[in-house]
Design a protein around this ligand. Structure first.
Ligand SMILES: *[C@@H]1O[C@H](CO)[C@@H](O)[C@H](O)[C@H]1NC(C)=O
Ligand SMILES: *[C@@H]1O[C@H](CO)[C@@H](O)[C@H](O)[C@H]1NC(C)=O
Ligand SMILES: *[C@@H]1O[C@H](CO)[C@@H](O)[C@H](O)[C@H]1NC(C)=O
Ligand SMILES: *[C@@H]1O[C@H](CO)[C@@H](O)[C@H](O)[C@H]1NC(C)=O
Length: 360
């Protein structure tokens, strides 16, 4: 009997028709309708998705282990669930390898009743190189295959906060935007290449973040193809020295040609930040120039740290700009890192973060 079941399930896999894991079979049907305002959530695993504000969520990109329960639930709320796509570009320069990769992804998506793919290639690429052209083709061919094989499916591509070769990602942004359904603009990690003084700065300063959308639009990329990504995490920097006026100098950690980088700090979830704020030496401070909150604390060894992050006050004007600039929507890295416990303070902080996505 067991052998028979194993045989049956492998036959089903081969034929690409797996068994629907949902209570109601119609929940395995892919989502077709687009909603006006996209709220794009990256999910990195676990079960906290149960506490998302599902009245807003339109797409969940699953970067954790595939969870059929999440797929069924998202579909019951009319939200798409999309696969993660990443591959070394040197490998898919070869057309045969590229096609094989795409076919594999389409088959996985189909067998898991998913609604598309989010392509997350954050590799350095030189303009005009074989990898540059391969990437452009990859996005085009992936979109064509998904649209053909899974009707109504969505293909998105993650881009850096600005199209100006950030972290040496010199991609053909215009062609990529044309061929896929949307670009998720990662408006964070904006200190990955610090060229000035090596000091702690905001993860996503307001005007720098917003100006970069104008750069994308100036390339004639349709604003309706752009989803603004905001960080639900911040950076905790150990300070070599914390000056009288609160400047935290950070160790020199070079990155892709720049002498220092946010790699000198550690990424911390909003949940951790809210707890740490309570034991800060400074209380919550606000930087007017960068329009971002930060605070200082002392660790057990006596060293000072400076933490830069985003909260409802810094996210609000970004979310409002999404509407003012006519962008497709908003999203975050990542959905899981708020405090979803039953504790009243946490519940309120979490609700405010979700609500900030809709603007002030
Ligand atoms: C294509 O895929 C094969 C098998 O995985 C690999 O060995 C080969 O290096 C790839 N070709 C190129 C040009 O990268
Ligand atoms: C550290 O900060 C203090 C106070 O602002 C300053 O006097 C001192 O020169 C700084 N030291 C270094 C090594 O930067
Ligand atoms: C922080 O401290 C305040 C006041 O002491 C308290 O009400 C709150 O619950 C604490 N928050 C967290 C996240 O620990
Ligand atoms: C969820 O979002 C909606 C707006 O789409 C809002 O009205 C509602 O209050 C939010 N729910 C919670 C629990 O915050």
């Amino acid at each position: 009997m067991l052998r028979f079941l194993v045989l049956l399930s492998s036959l089903l896999l081969v034929c690409g028709s797996s068994v629907c894991p949902c209570e109601r079979p119609e929940l395995c049907q892919q989502v077709h309708q687009d909603r006006d305002f996209e709220v794009f959530v990256f999910d990195v695993g676990g079960k906290t998705w149960k506490s998302y504000n599902w009245s807003m969520v339109t797409t969940v990109a699953t970067f954790g282990k595939y969870d059929p329960e999440l797929m069924c639930f998202a579909h019951s709320k009319g939200a798409r669930v999309v696969l993660k796509g990443d591959v070394p570009l040197s490998y898919i320069v070869d057309q045969t390898n590229r096609t094989a990769w795409i076919t594999e992804k389409v088959n996985i998506a189909k067998s898991q009743f998913m609604d598309g793919i989010n392509i997350d290639i954050e590799q350095a690429v030189e303009e005009g190189s074989p990898e540059y052209h391969a990437l452009t083709s990859l996005v085009k061919e992936t979109t064509e295959a998904f649209h053909r094989e899974i009707s109504g499916s969505q293909v998105s591509f993650d881009v850096a906060w600005s199209p100006k070769c950030i972290d040496k990602r010199c991609y053909d942004y215009v062609s990529i935007a044309e061929s896929c359904d949307l670009l998720f603009v990662m408006s964070y990690d904006e200190q990955s290449q610090i060229t000035g003084e090596c000091i702690a700065l905001a993860n996503a300063p307001l005007s720098q973040s917003l100006n970069a959308y104008d750069q994308y639009v100036d390339l004639h990329i349709d604003p309706k193809k752009l989803v603004m990504g905001v960080p639900w995490y911040g950076y905790d920097y150990p300070c070599l020295n914390l000056s009288q006026d609160g400047i935290c100098s950070i160790p020199k950690v070079p990155f892709r040609g720049a002498p220092c980088s946010d790699a000198a700090g550690r990424q911390k979830p909003y949940k951790w930040i809210m707890k740490q704020l309570n034991s800060s030496t400074s209380g919550r401070l606000w930087d007017d120039k960068q329009q971002a909150p930060y605070f200082n604390y002392k660790d057990q060894t006596g060293q000072f740290h400076q933490v830069w992050y985003d909260d409802p006050q810094s996210i609000c004007p970004k979310a409002s700009a999404v509407k003012a600039k006519g962008l497709r929507g908003i999203g975050m890295w990542n959905g899981n890192i708020l405090d979803y416990s039953d504790e009243p303070v946490a519940r309120q902080q979490t609700a405010l973060m979700w609500n900030a996505l809709l603007g002030c």
